[in-house]
Ligand binder design. Sequence first.
Ligand code: NDP
Length: 247
Amino acid sequence: MNEYQAPAELLKDKVILVTGAGDGIGAEAARCYAAHGATCILLGRTVAKLEKVYDEIVAAGNAEPAIVPLDLKGATPSHYQQMGQTIADQFGRLDGVLHNASVLGHLSAFKDIGEEEWREVMQINLNGTVFMTQALIPVLEKAPNASVVFTTSSVGRKGRAFWGTYAVSKFATEGVMQTLADEYRHKSLRFNCINPGGTRTSMRAQAFPAENPETLKTPADIMPTYLYLMGDDSIEVTGQSLDCQPK
Ligand code: NDP
């Protein structure tokens, strides 16, 4: 899918929420969506990083984004309900969500995973995604063809030793996506997963500290798949888990 060439105005007038928009793949996706015409809602936990992405989008002459400072670790369903209401009041609809924010946690033997670590990774990677999606469905349904994109990983499809908590959170993300895609299969709302593959970010460096980052694709390299799933060229696609990079 990485050979997809997006039309310049693919996302013109669309309102798109990106979580984890301050760094790595999420920051690049927000800049890229804005460059293709979208008004982006930048959600993340570090305001200074979100402001930097905001400034870059405005400096490039693209639509002014909105910033939502939110730490998914402490967020509750009522935070997401409020956010959905604010988006409805301000924009009237939501055309897309990129669920991108995640943490890796610590890689360790399954028997050694601590309760606190397990709960924290699940809270950010899974519960945040679930309760945010629930709260946003009404405002997504106000858009003609909304797209919800979840972020998976190769370890969310095949388990790998020592990746326990993160891997299980990504398996669950695939399950959430498949369940929603089936429930909404006759409606205009679509749900898919994206697997970026090894990409040059701080999360990747945390997972593979000895790796030379120069050997990896950059977030900008993998944007064609992110554009494809968010824009109307994928209008018939739901329930799929797409790879940005060939295996
Ligand atoms: P980064 O660590 O570079 O960026 C993650 C983003 O998520 C950051 O902006 C971070 O905010 C945000 N975030 C983390 N925790 C929270 C929280 N509690 N509340 C709000 N925001 C939070 O990761 P990548 O860009 O590499 O990863 C993006 C997605 O791609 C993730 O879902 C990851 O699992 C997936 N992925 C990445 C791969 C890779 O090789 N890079 C491979 C496979 C999947 P802050 O900057 O403030 O910390």
